[in-house]
Design a binder for this molecule. Structure first.
Ligand SMILES: Cc1cc2nc3c(=O)[nH]c(=O)nc-3n(C[C@H](O)[C@H](O)[C@H](O)COP(=O)(O)OP(=O)(O)OC[C@H]3O[C@@H](n4cnc5c(N)ncnc54)[C@H](O)[C@@H]3O)c2cc1C
Ligand SMILES: C=Cc1c2[nH]c(c1C)Cc1[nH]c(c(CCC(=O)O)c1C)Cc1[nH]c(c(C)c1CCC(=O)O)Cc1[nH]c(c(C)c1C=C)C2
Length: 506
């Protein structure tokens, strides 16, 4: 009888794991368990009757690198090629990003000219920060906060303004708490291998090729029928032939892409792929308890009974997995509880008859300017196809809270949506000068939605890997909590884990 694999968590990581389990020859029996009423996790798009699309989670995926190419290959195989909305390299949303600092918008410098002269909000030419990096000795610490690392290599202003904002625009996090080794492994390795970050980025880190993108904790795993060995998978880098879509993305220098029906259509296409292949997809099915049976299989306790599985792939947030582990896995649960996640308020706004003062991807706000307001995405610039029918509209997404949610708004479970809407509208008035009231607004509070790789995260994931290996648990850990929060990283971690489980690259 084919072994049973239970995938727990129906976000993009869990769905991608099912996809790789189902598409090979002689697939195991696959069951996906999702606690909520829908599949897709943070991939959430609202489609309105007039054809507009509002993203409440990810809105753009990067095509570059091995992981970006792998996602595009999957998108092609799912038949979504015709739905792709690319943002080419010469588009304003690719070229222009802004910072709101000193109560004004500033375009982030690009090109040589922007580096040679002082460009506000920076008081000196960024060239000098580059020179500093080329001359500074290499660091010796095994990990450092992102802020400390950038301060040491590029100086205080770059750390306080540029990198503070970058960490808010990717992790909704505080660069003084986040780990450079885990959040920006390319920068960390560039310094380690070439002494200078810029040299490392220009020449490549000089590492041997076959390593994961974010960590190096991969454990070799025998094929599924023999599996009693654990997996904590970093985003995998094994490459197949480049897809036509990926070649096109490279030729047209896409900075990001979306889908005509919004990012949620990626989850829907995966569901449509999985159902006819016999994968059982169960919503309203929260996993309550995992227990190891004497024969080595797992017993999964659900709200309405129990089931057995030979292998469990956890695509849950780390803290959710910690809640269901058996008592004998308490050392693992303790590590998992130390991987926190921050909450983000996402407010979508649509305006009619207004013009943005600048055109670009959006702007970020350094924490020193306004800790509570992370940034504003100008959605209608990158993806006007999502504006819907009718008058030309401006669609914006205001993101608030993150690592500063508690101090700014209190408990995310109790905050009033009206307060968030008011704060978002005030920010749009103040920072973009749009005075009229929006014609449409949607407020969402995403609790614990972006994991934070804090200082020492790499040691935590190593200890987790070691525990899984020593205990020989038939358990794979994938998802945003471990080795990259981007959609690409989540899909790549699923692919790597299933490749190890099946004993062949996916
Ligand atoms: C506001 C926002 C903007 C973002 N923007 C971008 C972007 O532009 N580009 C990009 O690449 N990435 C972006 N990301 C990051 C990316 O979207 C996420 O990291 C990714 O979607 C996480 O997917 P996941 O499957 O690992 O986790 P999740 O989506 O969190 O899925 C986990 C699933 O597990 C379920 N679950 C929890 N407990 C249980 C249980 N006990 N039993 C069963 N099921 C359970 C949950 O209901 C959920 O569906 C953004 C994220 C957010 C929140
Ligand atoms: C203001 C808050 C946020 C915005 N987006 C996110 C948050 C928390 C989440 C997010 N954004 C990106 C990723 C994926 C990272 C990856 O490795 O692909 C995630 C999880 C993409 C991204 N967005 C910005 C940057 C610099 C990046 C990194 C990749 C890239 O260069 O494209 C900038 C940015 N994000 C937001 C705004 C308003 C903004 C402005 C310039 C929203």
């Amino acid at each position: 009888m084919a072994p049973t694999v239970a995938v727990v968590g129906g976000g993009i990581s869990g769905l991608a794991a099912c996809y790789h389990l189902a598409r090979g020859p002689r697939p195991p029996k696959v069951l996906l368990l999702e606690a909520s009423a829908r599949l897709g996790g943070w991939l959430q798009s609202t489609r309105t009757a007039d054809g507009a699309v509002f993203e409440h989670g990810p809105r753009g995926i990067r095509p570059g690198g091995a992981v970006g190419a792998d996602t595009l290959r999957m998108v092609s195989e799912l038949g979504l090629e015709g739905d792709i909305l690319p943002v080419p390299g010469d588009h304003p949303a690719s070229k222009n990003r802004f910072l709101y600092a000193g109560r004004a918008l500033h375009k982030l410098p690009s090109g040589l000219g922007g580096l040679l002269r002082p460009v506000p909000p920076f008081s000196q030419a960024l060239l000098w920060s580059g020179v500093r990096d080329l001359l500074a000795p290499a660091g010796t610490e095994p990990d450092e906060s992102v802020h400390a690392f950038v301060h040491r290599r590029f100086g205080q202003e770059v750390a306080d303004i540029a990198v503070d904002s970058l960490c808010r625009g990717v992790f909704a996090g505080d660069c003084r708490a986040l780990s450079v080794r885990s959040c920006f492994p390319t920068l960390f390795k560039a310094e380690r291998h070439r002494r200078s970050v810029l040299l490392g980025l220009a020449l490549g880190s000089g590492e041997r090729r076959a390593r994961g993108t974010r960590g190096d904790t991969r454990t070799p795993v025998p094929p599924l029928r023999h599996v009693r060995t654990p997996v904590l998978s970093p985003a995998g880098k094994e490459r197949g032939a480049e897809s036509r879509l990926s070649r096109r993305a490279r030729a047209e220098r896409w900075s990001q892409w979306s889908l005509r029906g919004g990012m949620e259509s990626l989850a829907e296409a995966l569901v449509a792929f999985l159902r006819p292949r016999g994968v059982e997809l169960r919503c309203h099915a929260p996993l309550r308890r995992l227990r190891r049976c004497p024969d080595g299989r797992w017993q999964l306790t659900l709200a309405d009974g129990t089931m057995m599985a030979d292998h469990v792939v956890s695509a849950l947030p780390a803290t959710a997995l910690a809640e269901v582990l058996p008592a004998e896995a308490e050392p693992l649960a303790q590590e998992l509880r130390c991987i926190p996640a921050v909450s983000v308020a996402v407010v979508n706004l649509q305006y009619e008859g207004v013009v943005l003062p600048v055109t670009g991807f959006g702007h970020l706000v350094p924490s020193s300017e306004d800790a509570s307001l992370l940034g504003i995405v100008y959605d209608s610039v990158a993806f006007p196809q999502h504006d819907g029918a009718g008058a030309a509209s401006v669609r914006l997404t205001v993101m608030m809270g993150g690592a500063w949610f508690g101090q700014s708004f209190g408990d995310p479970a109790a905050v009033a949506p009206a307060l968030l809407l008011q704060r978002a509208q005030a920010a749009v008035r103040e920072q973009l000068g749009l005075e009229p009231a929006p014609t449409r607004s949607i407020v969402k509070v995403h609790q614990a939605c972006i994991p934070q790789y804090t200082l020492g995260h790499w040691q935590r994931t190593e200890r987790i890997s070691r525990f899984l290996a020593e205990q020989r648990l038939p358990l794979s850990l994938i998802g945003a909590s471990y080795a990259g929060v981007s959609v690409n990283d989540c899909i790549a971690s699923a692919k790597a884990a299933i490749g190890q489980l099946l004993g062949r690259p996916c």
